[in-house]
Design a protein around this ligand. Structure first.
Ligand SMILES: [Mg+2]
Length: 208
C-alpha cells in the first residue's frame, strides 16, 4: 500500500469512526429514555391500620371492614402526582382458618369501590409463622420483590406506609422510603413517623 492510498483513506476512516460514535450516543440516549419512561414510582400500602381501621381483632365480616376517613382524597393525591398504588398485606387469618382468600378480595373490592378503583394491585401473604413459614409474610420481602418486578417499580423513588415495624423492614431492603403511621410507637426502620394517612401524604408529596 502506498502512502498516497493511506492519505486518501484517512478521511473515510475518520467518517466511519464518527458515525459509530454518533450511533453509540443515539443508542445510549435511547436506552436512557426507555429507562426513564419504563420504571414508575409507587406508594406501597399496608392494609389493616392504614387503609381500614384496626379493631384489635381479626375481622371476618365485610360489615366490620371500616375504611379510614378521607381515604379517597388521600389516595387521589398520590395518583395525581404519578404514583402507582399497591397494597402489601399479611393475612394470616387465612392460615388460621378465620376466613378465606375470597374475603380478602371482598375487602379489596370495598376499597376499590370507595376510592374509584385507584389501587393498581394487591399482594397478600396467607401464612402464619406458627403454621407455615413463608418468604412472603412481612417482615420477609417476597411480596415486594414480586411487585417491583411485575410493575417495574422505581424503588428508590417509592414509599411504604405501614403501621407496624414489620411493614417497613422489607421496604428498607430495596431503598424504599418508609413511613410509620402510629400514635404509640416509633421504629428505627421508619424514615418518618406520623399519625395519619393524610400526614403521610403530606410528607411524600413534599419530598417528591
Ligand atoms: Mg397493619
Amino acid at each position: 500500500m502506498s502512502s498516497s492510498e493511506i492519505h486518501f483513506n484517512a478521511p473515510l476512516i475518520k467518517y466511519r469512526k464518527l458515525t459509530v460514535l454518533i450511533s453509540v450516543l443515539l443508542t445510549s440516549f435511547s436506552l436512557i429514555d426507555v429507562k426513564m419512561t419504563e420504571f414508575r414510582k409507587c406508594v406501597f400500602l399496608d392494609r389493616d391500620g392504614v387503609l381500614n381501621k384496626e379493631l384489635g381483632y381479626q375481622i371476618t365480616k365485610i360489615e366490620e371492614f371500616e375504611l379510614v376517613g378521607g381515604i379517597k382524597e388521600q389516595l387521589a393525591r398520590f395518583r395525581d402526582s404519578g404514583f402507582m398504588l399497591i397494597i402489601i398485606t399479611n393475612q394470616s387469618g387465612i392460615a388460621k382458618g378465620s376466613y378465606g382468600e375470597e374475603f380478602v378480595y371482598e375487602c379489596f373490592d370495598k376499597i376499590q369501590q370507595a376510592t374509584g378503583h385507584v389501587i393498581d394491585d394487591m399482594y397478600f401473604a396467607p401464612g402464619h409463622d406458627s403454621l407455615s413459614k413463608s418468604l412472603s409474610r412481612k417482615p420477609d420481602s417476597l411480596m415486594f420483590e414480586r411487585a417491583i418486578a411485575k410493575h417495574k417499580v422505581d424503588a428508590t423513588h417509592s414509599y411504604m406506609i405501614g403501621d407496624k415495624e414489620r411493614d417497613l423492614i422489607p421496604a428498607k431492603k430495596f431503598g424504599i422510603g418508609t413511613i410509620l403511621i402510629s400514635k404509640q410507637s416509633t421504629s428505627e426502620y421508619a424514615d418518618y413517623g406520623v399519625e395519619s394517612l393524610s400526614a403521610a401524604a403530606d410528607i411524600i408529596l413534599k419530598d417528591d
